[in-house]
Design a protein around this ligand. Structure first.
Ligand code: ADP
Ligand code: MG
Length: 626
């Protein structure tokens, strides 16, 4: 018979499976059982809409059979089955190519990490088997088919005799080698414990024929062999269980079983609500960013169950965008089973659940921040940007929910701090919450504009994310304190000697500054003596709503709105350069033109802005050298 080849991606995945490390092998059973359960779920759905199909709960089950003589392990289900095409398309091609994409991007991570944490479904069978046979009869197909593969060399498909609908996956368990034993996957007790660990909550019975010895009837001492069919799983979904019965490991296993993420979650939230709306939920805050998180492909949402039956894989209406990183599921008996997507969106119960969930997530994040700071910081590194984005969007509607969750790097603490921490230690004479924007903490640290604020002993928050300043514009005030950029025209710092010096310098040198302003017309709105500079000769500041950092970001956008900050060139009158300017103004206008151009371009460079004509700039520098 002709052998068909696997797709290239599938082949790579198979290789990873075959060479996987020992400890994760057991999850193959979880994957095969979860597929069987999915297939029965599909049957259940069809029965909802097809009057000819009756879903008799008792005739649906999953059976696991180990046979030591033939070294086979069979997982049989009474689900929808697969047609020839489906066998070909579903088993010959990897469905979740996302996991491989992830592997490529994170090549430092070993393949087995992904197998263990993400789960790759059907192919995991090859971790323990050197041949896999799938016999399936579909509800919609003509006959049954047999699919067979011994690994990377391809697979075969041929017609087969089978009376009942459903699928049978038969694994030829690998032979033991000198280092490794595979016998455990043929031992009933071992299989039972794997099922208990990963698949206990599966809604359909998982049956096993269990053999044992028991006292012979009518005798006190004699034992007899017996074999009986036993249900192994409790069928109680984890979310219906009491929190006290569950361990952290149970929650982690559920996270992995459901393929919610590659990582271990930072926190789980188990909700059992029976107030105005009755529902159970298990939610997770992931540790790391899904590889597609900040892209258009990412879909937020929670699994939605109605009385234990999955009705939607990713229900987006349960989560606000700013908590789109949350994973998990919700089960409610208040929802109707065959509710359409459109109806669901307007469902009052669902809205109540969503609202409830949102406030639970918020309070859990707050307690994480309060009690487990390190974990919170780790979370914030991954998803802080999403929170800030949440503040910015919808015209700041959600700022009340989110502002307490924000963190920014502090000039004083040298680590991220919350707004509350900042405000609580503000000196009495400090009017504003000061921030400085820039590419990185290191660059902000060196900004001349921070000099006066730092000298005053005030703390400065460093804004290094594009979204920071925009989000803060939406917050406007925190605990009655307004935010102020260190580059803004008026810093609101009490007049001192330096200020009056600057004022009188402005008066005395009005003509010089006016002249420089005319040289820079169209580039800056004003040239002034600086009140904030200490050691640097020049800097730029901005008057008005748009700061220089915002101008940079807006202009980098695809449909550049061409917004300009109103820039002011500030000169440090205590710097020796100022004397040179004054002298040049009196004696040599040519020289003053040169100095003005140089100072302006320097200020641009400090801000991280591009200078219009770099060649002219370097020529100008050469001019003063000769
Ligand atoms: P996933 O379950 O995430 O889709 P798998 O690799 O586990 O990925 O399975 C691939 C596909 O093969 C499934 O989506 C399903 O269509 C089909 N499949 C696997 N096992 C069964 C089964 N026991 N019954 C019916 N279809 C199955
Ligand atoms: Mg699967």
């Amino acid at each position: 018979m002709e052998k068909k080849q696997f797709q290239a991606e599938s082949k790579r995945l198979l290789e990873m499976m075959i060479n996987s490390i020992y400890t994760q092998r057991e999850i193959f059973l979880r994957e095969l059982i979860s597929n069987a359960s999915d297939a029965i779920d599909k049957m259940y759905y069809l029965a909802l809409t097809d009057p000819n199909l009756v879903f008799d709960k008792d005739s649906y089950y999953i059976k696991v059979i180990a046979d030591k003589n033939s070294r086979t392990l069979t997982i049989r289900d009474t689900g929808v089955g697969m047609t020839r095409e489906e066998l070909e398309n579903n088993l010959g091609v990897i469905a979740k190519s996302g996991s491989l994409a992830f592997k490529k991007e994170n090549d430092s991570k070993d393949g087995h990490d992904i197998i263990g944490q993400f789960g790759v479904g059907f192919y995991s069978a090859f971790m323990v088997a050197d041949a896999v046979t799938v016999i399936s009869k579909s509800l919609t197909g003509d006959s049954a088919y047999k699919w067979e593969s011994t690994g990377t060399d391809g697979y075969t498909i041929e017609p087969y005799e089978k009376d009942t609908f459903g699928t049978e996956v038969i694994l030829k368990i690998k032979d033991n080698t000198e280092e490794e034993s595979f016998d455990e996957f043929l031992e009933d007790y071992r299989l039972k414990s794997i099922i208990k660990k990963y698949s206990d909550f599966i809604r359909y019975p998982i049956m096993m024929d269990v053999a044992g010895k028991r006292p012979k009837e009518g005798s006190d001492s004699e034992l007899e062999d017996y074999q009986e069919e036993q249900r192994v799983n409790s069928m109680v979904p984890i979310w219906r269980k009491n929190k006290s019965e569950l361990t952290a490991e149970d929650y982690e296993n559920f996270y992995a079983e459901k393929h919610y993420g590659f990582d271990k979650p930072i926190k789980h939230i188990h909700i059992s609500a029976d107030g105005a709306v009755v529902y159970q939920a298990i939610l997770y805050i992931p540790e790391s960013i899904p590889f597609d998180y900040y892209s258009k492909e990412y879909e937020k949402g929670l699994e939605l169950y109605s009385s234990g039956v999955l009705i939607m894989n990713k229900c987006p209406d349960l989560l606000p965008d700013y908590f789109s990183f949350v994973k998990g599921m919700v089960d409610s008996e208040s929802l109707s089973l065959n509710i359409s997507r459109e109806m669901l969106q307007h469902d009052r119960q669902l809205k109540l659940i969503a609202k409830n969930i949102t406030s639970k997530i918020k309070s859990q994040l707050q307690s994480l921040l309060k009690d487990e700071r390190e974990k919170y910081e780790q979370f914030y590194k991954s998803f802080g940007r999403q929170l800030k984005y949440g503040i910015y969007s919808d015209y700041g509607t959600h700022k009340e929910v989110l502002q307490d969750l924000l963190m920014f790097y502090s000039s004083k603490e040298k680590k991220p701090v919350t707004l509350d921490e900042y405000v609580s230690r503000m000196p009495e004479d400090q009017k504003y919450i000061y921030y400085a924007s820039g590419e990185s903490n290191e660059r902000i640290e060196k900004l001349p504009q921070t000099e006066l604020v730092s000298e005053k002993g005030y703390e400065i928050l460093y804004f290094t994310d594009d979204i920071d300043e925009f989000a803060i514009k939406m917050v406007m005030k925190y605990k009655d304190k307004e935010f102020k950029s260190v580059s803004s025209g008026d810093l609101g710092i009490e007049a001192d000697d330096k200020q009056s010096d600057a004022d009188s310098a402005n008066n005395d040198n009005n003509e010089l500054f006016e002249y420089m302003k005319s040289l820079l017309s169209g580039k800056v709105a004003d040239v002034k003596a600086s009140k904030r500079l200490k050691s640097h000769p020049v800097c730029l500041s901005a008057d008005g709503e748009v700061t220089i950092e915002m101008e940079k970001i807006l202009n980098a956008m695809p449909n550049n709105p061409n917004v300009k900050a109103e820039k002011i060139l500030e000169i440090n009158i205590n710097h020796t350069v100022f004397q040179s300017l004054k002298d040049a103004f009196e004696q040599d206008r040519e020289k003053l033109n040169l100095y003005t151009a140089l100072l302006y371009n320097q200020a641009l460079l400090i801000e991280g802005l591009t200078i219009q004509d770099p060649v002219e700039f370097t020529n100008d520098i050469c001019k003063i050298m000769v």
